[in-house]
Ligand binder design. Structure first.
Ligand code: DP6
Length: 405
């Protein structure tokens, strides 16, 4: 049997606490400001990607969640594959007996383990998985930071999914993008008590894509240059210090303030962009009310280019928070309890009991005062933790069949 040249990897999702919004170069995807994110566990959210190279393939082909897509239709995809091939060609130049993989077409199959309909960004884990798989297949000698530059040309936020834990994307100043890359601030074992809830918010409106939205912000917002110049640099410093010291109150305040400012510059964009909806705003208000009720900054919200809320909190507060959110944003009748909150970390006896009552007296008082939104405003609650970076899987995990389809 002829040798098969193939690699399969998984890559994680990341959620920024200091937001990337704005490009100074939209082909190389160079940002106007640095950003910082937390990588979420691949046990709950991940993209799995298999790539095979073969001289028998007639062209590059791609399947996303089982459906074939036209590779040439995505300039960013072509850019990412071309860049990885160029790095492979350097390897081949140095080792004369190397297999000429850089010359062969590739077949790519990629799958998310979370529903696309949940409105969770998949471009970050998707491009991180693509680049990690290409790096494994091509046996590239580059470090994860160097490879993050390749993921960046696919989607900016993808460069941060090349690492686990806490990750900074340094904006850089070079016109060629050589210094615009991701670095790990701390790995996923640094702060094991930190966890996240993703409240998937029901939404009918089609949102403005991040790519289009941030371009309009750069062109029209008067507040935006002030954010880039006077706010983000100080927040990047303060956030790294809060993470190093595991200072949750500071981490949480900065996270909420930066999310709020990102959505403020969106509103200052002309025409205005609003990603949060009424449910998103109720969740933010409830988080502030929760912090007031417990007398400390115990939870933080952050929102990306859509209405879903991501809540960061320490493990010891998660039971109260899940009970509160499940009570105030009750499950729709047609959603099974284990689809609404699958109880992945074993916090409750069973998913069915979640949302019936709030145990802690202060939180129960708050829940009753806040009242309940109509059932189904929050469609599901994903509970997860901080996770590691891309993983290379054994050949048995391949998404391609013997024929490479
Ligand atoms: C709001 O990385 O999706 O999630 O670089 O154009 O692909 P492109 O944009 P993308 O933007 C993400 C924006 C954000 C904030 C963040 O993740 O930092």
């Amino acid at each position: 049997m002829a040798a098969v040249f193939e690699a399969t990897v998984t890559a994680p999702v990341n959620i920024a606490v200091i937001k990337y919004w704005g490009k100074r170069d939209s082909t190389l995807i160079l940002p106007t400001n640095s950003s910082l994110s937390v990588t979420l566990s691949q046990d709950h959210l991940r993209t799995r990607t298999t790539i095979r190279a073969s001289p028998t393939f007639d062209r590059d082909r791609l399947w996303l969640n089982g459906a074939e897509e036209d590779v040439s239709a995505s300039k960013r995809l072509v850019n990412a594959i071309t860049t990885a091939r160029r790095l492979r060609a350097e390897v081949e130049k140095q080792q004369t007996d190397a297999v000429p993989l850089s010359q062969w077409p590739v077949h790519v199959s990629s799958e998310n383990n979370f529903p696309t309909a949940a409105g969770l960004a998949s471009s970050a884990s998707g491009y991180a998985a693509l680049v990690s798989a290409l790096a494994a297949l091509f046996e590239l000698p580059q470090s994860a930071s160097e490879l993050s530059r390749v993921a960046r040309v696919g989607s900016g936020s993808a460069c941060r999914s090349m690492f686990g834990g806490f990750v900074a994307w340094q904006a850089g100043v070079a016109a060629d993008g050589s210094d615009s890359l991701a670095v790990q601030v701390a790995d996923h074992t640094h702060w094991p008590e930190l966890q996240a809830l993703i409240l998937v918010v029901s939404d009918r409106k089609k949102t403005v894509s991040s790519t289009a939205g941030m371009q309009t912000t750069v062109e029209t917002s008067a507040l935006f240059p002030e954010r880039v110049r006077a706010v983000v640099p100080g927040r990047m410093e303060a956030m790294q210090k809060a993470i190093a010291e595991r200072d949750f109150a500071t981490f949480a305040a900065l996270t909420m303030q930066d999310s709020n400012q990102f959505h403020a510059v969106c509103l200052d964009t002309y025409p205005p962009i609003s990603y949060m909806n009424d449910t998103s705003r109720s969740i933010a208000a409830l988080v502030h009310a929760f912090n007031a009720a417990v007398g400390r900054t115990a939870a933080a919200y952050t929102y990306d280019a859509g209405p879903n809320a991501v809540i960061y909190a320490l493990e010891s507060d998660m039971r109260d928070l899940v009970e509160l959110f499940a009570y105030c944003f009750p499950r729709a009748e047609d959603t099974a309890p284990d689809a609404f909150y699958p109880n992945p970390l074993g916090l409750f006896e069973s998913p069915a009991s979640v949302g019936r009552q709030v145990s802690a007296p202060k939180v129960a008082e708050l829940a009753h005062a806040a009242g309940r939104s109509p059932a189904g405003c929050v469609r599901r609650i994903i509970h997860t933790s901080v996770g590691d970076g891309p993983r290379v899987l054994p050949a048995s995990q391949s998404l391609l069949d013997a024929a490479g389809l």
